[in-house]
Ligand binder design. Structure first.
Ligand SMILES: [Zn+2]
Length: 58
């Protein structure tokens, strides 16, 4: 099942967020953040999102 990323809570156009895995390591798969290319902000994922999105790369 393919999960759709959340949309930016700040941008009026509601762009989808990107999963930024720059700081992710194999021993720390939950070290990632959401990135919005619209407002160029990083968003901390919720605990639920970390659990649901930490494994598997699209
Ligand atoms: Zn945004």
């Amino acid at each position: 099942m393919v999960r759709t990323p959340p949309t930016c809570p700040q941008c009026p156009t509601r762009p989808m967020l990107w999963k930024d895995t720059e700081h992710m390591r194999s021993d720390a798969p939950d070290r990632w953040r959401w990135y919005c290319s619209g407002c160029e902000r990083y968003w901390e994922p919720t605990a639920t999102q970390k659990r649901e999105y930490s494994y598997g790369t699209p």
